[in-house]
Design a protein around this ligand. Sequence first.
Ligand code: SAH
Ligand code: F3S
Length: 482
Amino acid sequence: MEKIIDEKKQGESLILEQKDGNTRKLFIESYGCQMNFSDSEIVASILANEGYNTTQQLEDADLVLVNTCSIRDKAEQTVRKRLEKYNAVKKINPTMKVGVLGCMAERLKSKFLEEEKIVDLVVGPDAYKDLPNLLSEVDEGRDAINVILSKEETYGDISPVRLNSNGVSAFVSITRGCDNMCTFCVVPFTRGRERSRDPQSILEEVNDLWNKGYKEVTLLGQNVDSYLWYGGGLKKDFEKASDLQKATATNFANLLELCAKAQPKMRFRFSTSNPQDMTLDVIETMAQYNNICNYIHLPVQSGSNRILKEMNRQHTREEYFELIDNIKRLIPDCAISQDMIAGFPTETEEDHQDTLSLMEYVKYDFGFMFAYSERPGTLAERKMEDDIPEDTKKRRLNEIIQLQQKHSLYRTQQHVGKVEEVLIEKSSKKSDAHWSGRNSQNTVVVFPKDNYKVGDFVNVKITDCTSATLIGEAVGLSMNNS
Ligand code: SAH
Ligand code: F3S
C-alpha cells in the first residue's frame, strides 16, 4: 500500500510518496537541468522497491545520493562543496553511504572514487537499474561503479516517485541523450546517444498523472524536436528501419497531438527545442491545440553566423529569424526564451554585437545566459583556445543580461490589462495571502488567494508587472476546470 503524506514546508505543499514497510532512508538531491530532477524521481522509484523511503533530513539518511551536473565548471564546483558537507555529516552518522549520480559520475568515472574519499558509489545516467546490485556491493563494504552508457535505456517501464512535488505540475521524459555535438557541450559525452521513449509508455505516465490530480506536464528531452519512435533503436539508425516502421513512426508533432488529445484538460509544455530540428508541423500542432502552452524555449547561443558555425549549430542567424517569424505568424502570443553563451573562443566585439542585434529582433520573454566555460573532452576544448579574457566574457555577459531585462519588461508589459488563464501552483514566496501560478506563456502570475485553491485554472486580470512577474486579480474559474 502506498500512502501520500502531505506536509507544509515554506508555504509549499510537499507531497512525498512513501511505501509502507520500507525502513531505510534515502536523501536524494539534484543539481542542473530538469532532466536530472526527473531522473532522481526514477531513482527514488527504483530504490522504493529496495526498502528505501525518501527523507528531507540529510542527518537521518542511510544513503545520500547527489545527482550531478557537468555543464559548466561552476556546476561541478557546487557538487564538490556539497561533498564537503556530506563529509561533515558523516562524522555524526558514520554508517551513512554516499553515491554520485548523473553527468559528473559519467565524466569522472572511477576518478571520483580516488579523488573523493566520501564517495562509495558512482552511477552514470543510463545505469540506474543496476542500483540494487551496486548497493549490495556497497553494503558488503566495497566501492561500486557502473557508468556504462546504453543505446536502449529510456526507463519507460518505471513509474517515477514524484519528489518535492506541488502535486500540480510534473516532468515526463521523452528522449535521452543527444546526437548534436555542439562543440562547447559535454552532454553528448555524459548522456550518450539520442534515443526516444515508446509513446505508449509516455501516454500511460501522462494518464496516470492526470488520475493523481496533476494538471500540467512538461515533456523533457535534450532536443525534443528530434523525438522519433519507430519501434525502438537509435535516432541515427532510422534510415535502416523497414518501410512499415517508417510509415508508422511517431515524430514530436505526432507525440504532442497524442498527449493533447489523451488529456484535453491537461496543459502540456516541452523543453528543450533546438532550432535546427524544430519543424513547422510542431508549431502548427501547438496552434491547433489550446492545451499545448504558447511557450517555446529556443536556445540560440549566439547571433553570429561565424560563431554558430564554430559551435556546430546547424543553422544560420537568418534561418533562426525565419523560424521566429513562423512561430509569431502561427501563434502571435507565443513566448520565446533563449540560452546564450558569451565569450565562446574567437568571439569578436562584432560577433557579440550580432548577438545583441539578434536579441533586439526577437525580444525574448526571458533567458538563461552564461559565460563560456571550457569543458574537458569537447571539440572546442580540443581544437580551440579559450582565448576570451574572463573580464571580457563577464562584460559581454552583463550586456546580454541587461538587454534581456529590458526585453523581459517590454514583454511582461504587453500582458497588463489582459485576462489570462493561470494554473495555481503554490503560495507566493513573498506573501502567504497570494497564489503563484503561470500563464500559458510560462510567466509567473501572482494574485490574491480569495477562495481558489492549488490546481485551479483561474482567469486573472493582469493589473501590473515587473520584468519577471505579472500581478493581477482573479475574475473567476476558467472553463478548463473539470
Ligand atoms: N539541449 C539542452 C542544452 C543543455 S545545456 C537542453 O535541454 O537545455 C543548457 C545550456 O547550457 C545550453 O543551451 C548552453 O547555453 C549552456 N551551456 C552548455 N555548455 C556550456 C559551456 N561549455 N559553457 C557555457 N554554457 C554552456
Ligand atoms: Fe548540448 Fe547541443 Fe545537445 S547544447 S545537449 S549538444 S543540442
